[in-house]
Write a protein that binds this ligand. Structure first.
Ligand SMILES: Nc1nc2c(ncn2[C@@H]2O[C@H](COP(=O)(O)OP(=O)(O)OP(=O)(O)O)[C@@H](O)[C@H]2O)c(=O)[nH]1
Ligand SMILES: [Mg+2]
Length: 300
């Protein structure tokens, strides 16, 4: 399946909600009432109040100047405004790169790492996976399966091992073997578990020490179906280790895909990848214009 088809398929629930919402309120007079209703539609899709206001302020003069009349044209201009807000940043992975993948329980960290490893390997990069979730034996098994599937090397230890020393060993090995991209999985953790957040900070310091010259990126995985709560997750993890970007999973399971826009507005953090399903190729690099179009229900 092509990239756009996958993205549109993944965003279907959000797109249907937004597109139907716009159809329901559409009038040819674009007055304050219309824009209030449009704001309600966007806020319902979790774009957030601040981003919604910014998008509508941006849209109004364009609608006027271009004498927009049709619903399709309105949606196209709306998509432009959303894309502008999102910006377009790719995750650049020069050699060597280290990715630390963090997030609360069950958001899709390990699955996304597996999919990303597969994608990078298919692009001809050498990838090392690090089973830094030593909390549960099943977590290491899960990553072992992904490493076999993506045909990449894995560094692991027994359950209960200290994740920071595992990361130390893994990065030392990555350096010796000249691995291009090292991806570190971590146990799911809630912000109120201070010992687990401290453990994450320790891992973070180890990476800084062992691989000071690497392109080191800290990525938070967020489950799109959690809605507004995702914003507080960004805040806590950002405070703890300083994030570089987001992987947003399970877009296929929600009508609230607009959370991407709220995150960008509030934290100025780029979304680098989106998860749109459970298959191997269901992790897509984020493409702001395509995403914005899909979000309002327009075809590519
Ligand atoms: N529909 C859908 N399911 C997903 C997506 N990404 C992950 N999942 C599913 O979410 C569930 C949890 O995924 P994991 O990768 O184990 O999550 P995790 O964050 O590593 O979980 P912990 O290690 O327990 O904290 C699995 O059933 C995945 O298949 C996605 O983009 N779409
Ligand atoms: Mg996991």
């Amino acid at each position: 399946m092509g990239f756009f088809k996958k993205l549109f398929g993944g965003l279907k629930k959000t797109a249907t909600a937004v597109a139907n919402g716009i159809s329901a309120i559409f009038t040819k007079t674009f007055d304050d009432e219309f824009y209030d209703d449009l704001a309600t539609v966007l806020i319902s899709a979790d774009l957030g109040v601040a981003a919604t206001e910014r998008i509508i302020d941006d849209l109004k003069p364009v609608v006027k100047a271009e004498k927009i009349k049709t619903e399709a044209d309105l949606k196209a201009r709306l998509a432009d405004s959303i894309a502008d807000l999102l910006g377009d940043e790719e995750l650049d992975l020069p050699d060597p790169s280290v990715l630390l993948v963090v997030g609360v329980n069950g958001v899709g960290k390990t699955t996304s790492i597996g999919k990303l490893a597969y994608r990078l390997k298919s692009d001809g990069r050498s990838v090392l996976l690090v089973a830094g979730d030593t909390f549960r034996a099943a977590a290491t098994e899960q990553l072992t399966e992904w490493s076999a599937c993506a045909q990449v090397r894995l560094v692991k230890q027994g359950a209960g091992a200290d994740p920071a020393s595992l990361v130390f060993d893994a990065l030392t090995s990555a350096k010796a073997k000249g691995e291009q991209v090292t991806i570190i999985d971590t146990a799911g953790r809630l912000h109120n578990k201070t010992n687990l957040m401290a453990e994450l900070q320790k891992i973070d310091r180890v990476v800084g020490k062992v691989a000071p010259d690497a392109n080191y990126r800290k990525l938070l995985v967020i489950d799109a179906t959690t809605g507004g709560n995702a914003l507080s997750q960004v805040e806590y993890f950002n405070d703890a280790i300083g994030l570089d970007g987001i992987i947003l999973t399970k877009l296929d399971g929600t009508a609230k895909g607009g959370i991407v826009v709220a995150i960008k507005q509030q934290f100025n953090l780029p979304v680098y990848y989106v998860g749109v399903g459970e298959q191997l190729d269901d992790l897509l690099p984020f493409d702001a214009p395509a995403f914005a179009k899909a979000l309002v229900g327009l075809d590519a």
